[in-house]
Structures are given as C-alpha cells and as structure tokens.
Design a protein around this ligand. Structure first.
Ligand SMILES: Cc1cc2nc3c(=O)[nH]c(=O)nc-3n(C[C@H](O)[C@H](O)[C@H](O)COP(=O)(O)O)c2cc1C
Length: 199
C-alpha cells in the first residue's frame, strides 16, 4: 500500500474505534445488513459497541431471539454501513459474523451494559412476533422505569454479541474539490491491500 492508502486505512480503524465509545460520533449508530431468509437484503440500525483494529473486529449487541440471528446462522456474510457527517466519510465493511451468546465476550459486554439498555432484553415476547396493538414488549412492572441490577439479570439469557470480522472495506470521502474513494481487501494470509477507486 502506498503511504496515503496506509494512512487512510489506519484512520478508518481509528474513527471506527472512536465511534464505538463516543455516542455523538456519526459512526455510533450504523446499519448492519444481512441476507434475509427469503434471500433479500435486510438492513437495520444497530449501535456500534466494540471495535478492535488488530483482528479487525466490529461488534454490536442484540437479542438472541431477533430475526438477524437465524439470518447470520444461515449466511455469515454481513455488510456494515457507517456515515459520519462530521468527517464526511462513508465506510462500508464486508465482514463475516458470528453470534456469541456464551463465554467471556458476552459476559464482559453484558457487564458493561447499562441498566436502561439491559431493559430491552427483558422483552417477554419474541422480537418481531405479531401483536394485536402497539406494544413495548416489556413486562408491565418495567414500564416507565429502569430495572435494578438484580431485575436486569433476567435479560442476560436473551443477550448476544454479534461479532464480525472484516474482509473488505470501501471508503468514500466527500470533498468539495473532488471526492476520494479507496478499497481495501484482506487476503487469505490476513494481509490487507488497498487501491484507489473512482468515486
Ligand atoms: C437508533 C437505533 C439503534 C438500534 N440499535 C440496535 C442494536 O444495537 N441492536 C439491535 O439488535 N437492534 C437495534 N436497533 C433495532 C434494530 O434496528 C431492529 O429493529 C431490531 O434489531 C430487529 O431487527 P431484526 O428483526 O432484523 O433482527 C436499533 C434501532 C435504532 C433505531
């Protein structure tokens, strides 16, 4: 990779890492697309929870009963879409996903999850199931308040980490004097290469 591509690649991972820890960063809420069970693409917003620049890992959290779980089990290929208006950068990441529901990774992620976020995992009914009227899918005693620590622990059974490993990246930088675009690909030996692409 030339020096400029190399710097761009490093900046991609620096900004993604910032997006995971700064809820005001444009990358903090991303789109994660999977292949639906009917083979059609399915995208949804998720919160970027963890980025590890070394093994090129990007993670979010989800309810293990949600539709994306069966989709990823059937086809591990996913596509992330990030856009940060403040840096005028779009990043598309092709990755392989795995659902991690047991072990250190979800245990530590759950420990870092705040009580208001944990509340969503107390949903008594399967997310995506039909209901007769608008429903928050929360136990009645949880409406209008956060669970305490002990109450929130019931949610751990529904909690999973979607851990994805990047294998290709498309980077687009919007600039008034001309956009820039680059593509980065991981080879079988794990080494990344980059090239410029017409925007
Ligand atoms: C701003 C925002 C953030 C969201 N964050 C998450 C998230 O981190 N994890 C998640 O599973 N769903 C999140 N959702 C809900 C998903 O977009 C989606 O509705 C849900 O996960 C069900 O998707 P599925 O049926 O495709 O699995 C978020 C929605 C919005 C609007």
């Amino acid at each position: 990779m030339d020096e400029c591509l190399d710097r761009t690649f490093r900046e991609i991972w620096t900004e993604l890492s910032r997006g995971a820890v700064d809820r005001h960063h444009g990358f903090h809420v991303a789109s994660l697309a999977t292949r639906g069970l009917d083979d059609a693409p399915r995208a949804r917003s998720v919160v970027l929870r963890h980025v590890d620049a070394d093994p090129r890992v990007i993670r979010c959290h989800t309810d293990r009963r949600s539709g994306k779980i069966a989709e990823i089990a059937r086809d591990a290929r996913v596509s992330w879409l990030f856009y940060a208006a403040e840096c005028k950068v779009q990043i598309r990441v092709s990755a392989h996903a795995e659902i991690v529901a047991e072990g250190t990774i979800p245990d530590e992620a759950w420990a870092r999850t705040g009580l208001s976020s944990r509340r969503a995992y107390l949903a008594p009914r399967t997310p995506g199931a039909s209901c007769d009227a608008p429903s928050p899918n929360l136990p009645a005693h949880m409406l209008g308040r956060r669970p305490d620590e002990a109450e929130s622990e019931t949610g751990r059974a529904h909690f999973a980490v979607v851990s994805t490993r990047a294998y290709a990246i498309d980077w687009l930088f919007l600039a008034s004097d001309g956009h820039q675009r680059a593509r980065f690909v991981r080879a079988d030996d794990g080494v990344w290469s980059g090239s410029w692409v017409e925007p």
